[in-house]
Design a protein around this ligand. Sequence first.
Ligand SMILES: Cc1cc2nc3c(=O)[nH]c(=O)nc-3n(C[C@H](O)[C@H](O)[C@H](O)COP(=O)(O)O)c2cc1C
Length: 168
Amino acid sequence: MEFEKVIRERFAARKFKDDVINDELINKILEAGNLAPTAKNSQPQKIYVVKSKEGLEKIDKASPCRYNAPVCIIVASDKNIAWSKGDYSTYEMDACIVATHMMLEATNLGVNNIWIEMFDKNILKEEFNLDANIEPICLIPLGYKTDDCIPSPMHKIRKDLSEIVEYK
Ligand SMILES: Cc1cc2nc3c(=O)[nH]c(=O)nc-3n(C[C@H](O)[C@H](O)[C@H](O)COP(=O)(O)O)c2cc1C
């Protein structure tokens, strides 16, 4: 898909069919995340692909926002690996870029998706036995939208560039 088309077609999908995603597509999505830039190339991201029934049940304990997606990626970041200086660390920033790469590649492949931050970090960490240094950053439910799943009204609301851009 043309990149222009990808960024214009992506929207937050909130109703997924049961249909599974084949592993080849999942791998392409993971590879796209792996190409993301990270501070000092530290690559602190930890990616958990959840598609087993038990795993998805764990996701549902931590978040109401899986929307029946058959696959849910947990994008996490290792605070011990991320570039840092004093109190400042790029662990979250790095993981967000990785997540964005994956969302856009999913869209490119016709796999619908959504970025989820509404989840309980403690429950997620406990359910998936994540070490203390592994910080979950977001969830990305992946799948094929139902026929009646359309972009929310918010999707079309974008500020005018003149409101957010200044040339200096
Ligand atoms: C950082 C971030 C957190 C989000 N968290 C949630 C969430 O927890 N639940 C949800 O349904 N949508 C969530 N979304 C989706 C946004 O609501 C959605 O992207 C936004 O309204 C714009 O709509 P669009 O993605 O269709 O263009 C999140 C998006 C971002 C970027």
